[in-house]
Design a protein around this ligand. Structure first.
Ligand code: MN
Length: 228
């Protein structure tokens, strides 16, 4: 025993459909992975390689728990995303082999303090405090990859208070799940427990206290969160 001088931190996890929990190591997120969202954020979808940012594992919000409206922002945005859970690690993973590294999939939200992110972009500063804050990663239950076909197509949609805010199709991902895993694994060695938020379609907008967010990825699952 190493003789920890404080209690070791708890392990973050995502509930699995049918029981059990998936322990989470790191959370990677893809920026601008749908063409229409790239355009709404002022980018050019034809000329960008995928890029990544991270959230801490303990930013996860599970079990349909309420999300407290975060501090230091007046422009909290929703980003509805397909989430990939890595079960088998590896570096330099071949695209053709990439889906064999996936344990499962979930529906998730990359909640964003857009005002802080925009200020950081303008000043060439890191995005961390705009993206990786407490409770910034609501996520539904994880479905094992073996129980579903690889989600290469299917509706991805978010309603706020019953009104559709974001709707698109997974086939519109600029970088597919397999391509994303292959490329990310060149930058870092992926490990069991890593999550990848694969990017959001167009329609991102602000939410306020009292709003109910209901997201769905067809064939994968749902994510529900109330802002309080
Ligand atoms: Mn995102």
């Amino acid at each position: 025993m190493p003789g920890y001088v404080i209690a070791p931190p708890p392990v973050s996890s995502v509930p699995v459909a049918g029981g059990g929990a998936f322990p989470v190591r790191r959370i990677f997120c893809v920026g601008r992975n749908y063409a229409e969202h790239t355009r709404e954020m002022g980018g050019d979808p034809d000329r960008e390689l995928p890029f990544f940012f991270t959230k801490p594992a303990d930013a996860l919000l599970t079990g349909g728990a309420d999300m407290p409206y975060p501090s230091m922002t007046s422009n909290l945005h929703h980003e509805m995303e397909l989430v990939v859970a890595i079960g088998i690690g590896g570096a330099d993973i071949a695209e053709a082999d990439a889906l064999n590294h996936v344990w499962g999939y979930a529906a998730g939200l990359d909640m964003t303090r857009r005002d802080l992110q925009n200020a950081a972009k303008k000043e060439g500063k890191p995005w961390d405090m705009g993206k990786g804050f407490d409770h910034s990663a609501p996520i539904g239950t994880l479905i094992p990859a073996s129980a579903s076909h690889p989600p290469t197509a299917g509706r991805i949609e978010l309603k706020v208070n019953g009104v559709v805010r974001q709707t698109s199709d997974l086939s519109k991902l600029i970088w597919s799940v397999a391509e994303t895993i292959a490329y990310l694994s060149k930058l870092v060695a992926l490990a069991p427990g890593d999550l990848i938020f694969t990017g959001t379609p167009e329609g991102v907008a602000a939410v306020t206290k009292g709003d109910l967010l209901e997201g769905v990825v067809d064939g994968v699952g749902t994510v529900t969160v109330k802002i309080v």
